[in-house]
Design a protein around this ligand. Structure first.
Ligand SMILES: Nc1ncnc2c1ncn2[C@@H]1O[C@H](COP(=O)(O)OP(=O)(O)OP(=O)(O)O)[C@@H](O)[C@H]1O
Ligand SMILES: [Mg+2]
Length: 213
Protein backbone atom coordinates (compact mmCIF):
# COMPACT_ATOMS: atom_id res chain seq x y z
CA UNK A 1 0.00 0.00 0.00
CA UNK A 2 1.28 3.44 -0.87
CA UNK A 3 2.18 6.07 1.71
CA UNK A 4 -0.62 8.58 2.11
CA UNK A 5 -0.94 12.20 3.13
CA UNK A 6 -4.18 13.60 4.54
CA UNK A 7 -4.59 17.37 4.44
CA UNK A 8 -7.40 19.72 5.36
CA UNK A 9 -8.81 22.40 7.56
CA UNK A 10 -9.26 21.75 11.23
CA UNK A 11 -12.46 19.90 12.20
CA UNK A 12 -13.25 18.77 8.67
CA UNK A 13 -12.68 15.12 9.44
CA UNK A 14 -9.05 14.11 8.81
CA UNK A 15 -8.48 12.24 12.06
CA UNK A 16 -11.94 10.70 12.02
CA UNK A 17 -11.31 9.41 8.52
CA UNK A 18 -7.88 8.01 9.39
CA UNK A 19 -9.22 6.39 12.52
CA UNK A 20 -12.07 4.70 10.67
CA UNK A 21 -9.68 3.47 7.99
CA UNK A 22 -7.42 2.19 10.70
CA UNK A 23 -10.10 0.01 12.26
CA UNK A 24 -11.96 -1.07 9.12
CA UNK A 25 -11.73 -4.38 7.37
CA UNK A 26 -9.35 -3.31 4.65
CA UNK A 27 -6.59 -2.81 7.16
CA UNK A 28 -7.88 -5.36 9.62
CA UNK A 29 -5.02 -7.77 9.13
CA UNK A 30 -2.34 -5.15 9.41
CA UNK A 31 -0.16 -4.52 12.38
CA UNK A 32 -0.31 -0.89 13.13
CA UNK A 33 -0.14 2.13 15.29
CA UNK A 34 -1.97 5.42 15.17
CA UNK A 35 -0.15 8.35 16.70
CA UNK A 36 -2.98 10.45 18.06
CA UNK A 37 -1.70 13.70 19.45
CA UNK A 38 -5.07 15.15 20.33
CA UNK A 39 -6.66 12.26 22.18
CA UNK A 40 -9.33 12.26 19.52
CA UNK A 41 -10.22 8.68 20.37
CA UNK A 42 -10.02 8.50 24.16
CA UNK A 43 -11.52 5.04 24.54
CA UNK A 44 -8.74 3.35 22.69
CA UNK A 45 -5.64 4.95 24.09
CA UNK A 46 -2.63 3.13 25.32
CA UNK A 47 0.30 4.85 26.92
CA UNK A 48 3.82 4.04 25.93
CA UNK A 49 4.35 2.02 29.11
CA UNK A 50 1.21 -0.01 28.50
CA UNK A 51 2.39 -0.88 25.02
CA UNK A 52 5.78 -1.82 26.33
CA UNK A 53 4.12 -4.10 28.92
CA UNK A 54 1.86 -5.69 26.33
CA UNK A 55 4.79 -6.34 24.09
CA UNK A 56 4.88 -4.85 20.66
CA UNK A 57 3.66 -8.11 19.15
CA UNK A 58 0.22 -7.26 20.47
CA UNK A 59 0.52 -4.22 18.40
CA UNK A 60 -2.50 -4.14 16.17
CA UNK A 61 -4.72 -1.09 16.15
CA UNK A 62 -3.12 0.59 19.08
CA UNK A 63 -3.88 4.27 19.36
CA UNK A 64 -1.38 6.10 21.33
CA UNK A 65 0.00 9.41 22.47
CA UNK A 66 3.77 9.32 22.64
CA UNK A 67 6.47 11.73 23.64
CA UNK A 68 9.03 12.46 20.96
CA UNK A 69 11.60 10.01 22.35
CA UNK A 70 8.93 7.33 22.51
CA UNK A 71 7.81 7.91 18.96
CA UNK A 72 11.41 7.66 17.81
CA UNK A 73 11.77 4.37 19.61
CA UNK A 74 8.52 3.00 18.14
CA UNK A 75 9.47 3.93 14.58
CA UNK A 76 12.93 2.42 14.94
CA UNK A 77 11.41 -0.71 16.42
CA UNK A 78 8.91 -1.04 13.57
CA UNK A 79 11.64 -0.56 10.98
CA UNK A 80 13.82 -3.17 12.66
CA UNK A 81 10.93 -5.64 12.64
CA UNK A 82 10.40 -4.82 8.98
CA UNK A 83 14.04 -5.45 8.17
CA UNK A 84 13.61 -8.90 9.76
CA UNK A 85 10.65 -9.50 7.39
CA UNK A 86 8.07 -9.40 10.17
CA UNK A 87 5.48 -7.73 7.95
CA UNK A 88 5.89 -9.61 4.70
CA UNK A 89 2.61 -11.52 5.11
CA UNK A 90 0.80 -9.00 7.27
CA UNK A 91 1.64 -5.42 6.49
CA UNK A 92 2.14 -2.70 9.02
CA UNK A 93 0.65 0.76 8.99
CA UNK A 94 1.74 3.76 10.99
CA UNK A 95 -0.40 6.87 11.01
CA UNK A 96 1.22 10.05 12.29
CA UNK A 97 -1.45 12.62 13.05
CA UNK A 98 -0.23 16.25 13.20
CA UNK A 99 3.05 15.15 11.66
CA UNK A 100 4.35 18.73 11.71
CA UNK A 101 4.73 18.36 15.51
CA UNK A 102 7.44 15.82 14.92
CA UNK A 103 9.25 16.79 11.75
CA UNK A 104 9.76 20.33 10.51
CA UNK A 105 9.33 21.83 7.12
CA UNK A 106 13.11 21.82 6.78
CA UNK A 107 14.67 18.48 7.55
CA UNK A 108 16.93 18.69 10.59
CA UNK A 109 19.59 16.02 10.17
CA UNK A 110 20.71 16.48 13.74
CA UNK A 111 17.35 15.50 15.18
CA UNK A 112 17.15 11.76 15.75
CA UNK A 113 13.34 11.67 15.58
CA UNK A 114 13.35 13.47 12.24
CA UNK A 115 15.92 10.99 10.93
CA UNK A 116 13.72 8.09 12.07
CA UNK A 117 10.61 9.55 10.42
CA UNK A 118 12.45 10.21 7.18
CA UNK A 119 13.82 6.67 7.20
CA UNK A 120 10.28 5.34 7.67
CA UNK A 121 8.95 7.23 4.67
CA UNK A 122 12.00 6.52 2.51
CA UNK A 123 12.36 2.80 3.14
CA UNK A 124 9.17 1.59 4.87
CA UNK A 125 7.50 0.26 1.73
CA UNK A 126 10.41 -2.13 1.14
CA UNK A 127 9.36 -3.91 4.30
CA UNK A 128 5.62 -3.63 3.73
CA UNK A 129 5.29 -0.72 6.12
CA UNK A 130 2.89 2.00 5.02
CA UNK A 131 3.07 5.46 6.58
CA UNK A 132 0.28 8.01 6.69
CA UNK A 133 0.96 11.69 7.39
CA UNK A 134 -1.82 13.99 8.59
CA UNK A 135 -1.64 17.76 8.84
CA UNK A 136 -3.81 20.85 8.54
CA UNK A 137 -1.11 22.88 6.79
CA UNK A 138 0.73 21.57 3.78
CA UNK A 139 3.49 24.15 3.96
CA UNK A 140 4.44 22.84 7.40
CA UNK A 141 4.86 19.31 6.12
CA UNK A 142 8.33 18.36 5.05
CA UNK A 143 8.56 18.49 1.25
CA UNK A 144 10.37 15.18 0.89
CA UNK A 145 7.66 13.46 2.91
CA UNK A 146 5.01 15.09 0.75
CA UNK A 147 6.73 13.72 -2.34
CA UNK A 148 6.90 10.23 -0.88
CA UNK A 149 3.15 10.13 -0.24
CA UNK A 150 1.80 9.03 -3.60
CA UNK A 151 -1.82 9.00 -2.49
CA UNK A 152 -3.24 12.32 -1.32
CA UNK A 153 -6.51 12.95 0.50
CA UNK A 154 -7.92 16.46 0.80
CA UNK A 155 -10.62 17.74 3.12
CA UNK A 156 -12.12 21.23 2.79
CA UNK A 157 -11.39 23.96 0.36
CA UNK A 158 -9.35 26.71 1.92
CA UNK A 159 -6.52 24.47 0.93
CA UNK A 160 -5.81 26.11 -2.36
CA UNK A 161 -2.09 25.90 -1.70
CA UNK A 162 -2.28 22.19 -1.01
CA UNK A 163 -4.25 21.49 -4.13
CA UNK A 164 -2.00 23.68 -6.25
CA UNK A 165 1.03 21.89 -4.85
CA UNK A 166 -0.29 18.67 -6.28
CA UNK A 167 -1.20 20.23 -9.57
CA UNK A 168 -4.92 20.00 -8.97
CA UNK A 169 -7.04 22.46 -10.85
CA UNK A 170 -9.15 24.16 -8.20
CA UNK A 171 -12.24 24.39 -10.32
CA UNK A 172 -15.70 24.92 -8.87
CA UNK A 173 -16.38 21.22 -8.94
CA UNK A 174 -13.48 20.38 -6.64
CA UNK A 175 -14.21 23.39 -4.48
CA UNK A 176 -17.90 22.70 -4.05
CA UNK A 177 -17.23 19.12 -3.19
CA UNK A 178 -14.71 19.63 -0.42
CA UNK A 179 -16.49 22.63 1.02
CA UNK A 180 -18.98 20.12 2.40
CA UNK A 181 -17.96 18.86 5.80
CA UNK A 182 -16.38 15.41 5.89
CA UNK A 183 -16.38 15.08 2.11
CA UNK A 184 -12.99 14.57 0.58
CA UNK A 185 -11.13 14.22 -2.68
CA UNK A 186 -8.52 11.54 -3.21
CA UNK A 187 -5.80 11.91 -5.75
CA UNK A 188 -4.28 8.66 -6.85
CA UNK A 189 -0.92 7.95 -8.39
CA UNK A 190 -2.61 7.93 -11.79
CA UNK A 191 -3.62 11.57 -11.06
CA UNK A 192 -7.30 10.65 -11.15
CA UNK A 193 -9.43 12.52 -8.66
CA UNK A 194 -11.95 10.54 -6.66
CA UNK A 195 -14.83 12.54 -5.20
CA UNK A 196 -15.78 10.80 -1.98
CA UNK A 197 -18.75 11.00 0.41
CA UNK A 198 -18.04 11.06 4.17
CA UNK A 199 -16.63 7.82 5.51
CA UNK A 200 -19.30 6.02 7.50
CA UNK A 201 -19.33 4.64 11.03
CA UNK A 202 -17.99 1.25 9.87
CA UNK A 203 -15.12 2.81 7.97
CA UNK A 204 -16.64 2.16 4.55
CA UNK A 205 -15.76 4.59 1.80
CA UNK A 206 -18.24 5.74 -0.81
CA UNK A 207 -17.18 6.98 -4.20
CA UNK A 208 -19.38 9.66 -5.75
CA UNK A 209 -17.53 10.24 -8.97
CA UNK A 210 -14.17 9.79 -10.68
CA UNK A 211 -12.64 12.70 -12.52
CA UNK A 212 -9.91 11.99 -15.05
CA UNK A 213 -7.89 15.14 -15.70
N1 LIG B 1 -17.32 11.19 8.36
C1 LIG B 1 -17.78 11.70 9.51
N2 LIG B 1 -19.01 11.36 9.95
C2 LIG B 1 -19.49 11.86 11.10
N3 LIG B 1 -18.83 12.70 11.90
C3 LIG B 1 -17.61 13.09 11.52
C4 LIG B 1 -17.02 12.61 10.30
N4 LIG B 1 -15.80 13.17 10.19
C5 LIG B 1 -15.63 13.94 11.28
N5 LIG B 1 -16.72 13.91 12.08
C6 LIG B 1 -16.89 14.66 13.35
O1 LIG B 1 -16.17 15.87 13.30
C7 LIG B 1 -15.26 15.97 14.37
C8 LIG B 1 -13.97 16.61 13.88
O2 LIG B 1 -13.32 15.74 13.00
P1 LIG B 1 -11.76 15.42 13.13
O3 LIG B 1 -11.34 15.34 14.54
O4 LIG B 1 -11.50 14.25 12.28
O5 LIG B 1 -11.15 16.75 12.47
P2 LIG B 1 -9.68 17.04 12.01
O6 LIG B 1 -9.73 17.40 10.57
O7 LIG B 1 -8.77 15.93 12.39
O8 LIG B 1 -9.32 18.36 12.80
P3 LIG B 1 -7.94 18.83 13.49
O9 LIG B 1 -7.14 19.51 12.42
O10 LIG B 1 -8.39 19.76 14.56
O11 LIG B 1 -7.26 17.62 14.02
C9 LIG B 1 -15.07 14.54 14.88
O12 LIG B 1 -14.85 14.49 16.26
C10 LIG B 1 -16.36 13.86 14.52
O13 LIG B 1 -17.27 13.96 15.57
MG1 LIG C 1 -7.23 15.74 13.79
Amino acid sequence: MRHKIILGTTRYGKSYYANKMFVNDQWNNYYGIYIDTQKSFPNHHYTYDEIDDLGFQEFRKIIYLPYKEELEYIIKWIMECGEKNAFMNTGCIIIIDEIHFYIGEHYNRNDSLEIAIMHLFEYGLRFNITAVAISHTITKVNKRIRDLCTEQIFFNSNLDISLKNYGIDINDKVKNHIEKKYHYVKRLYSHELLFMAPINEKGEEKLIEIYKP
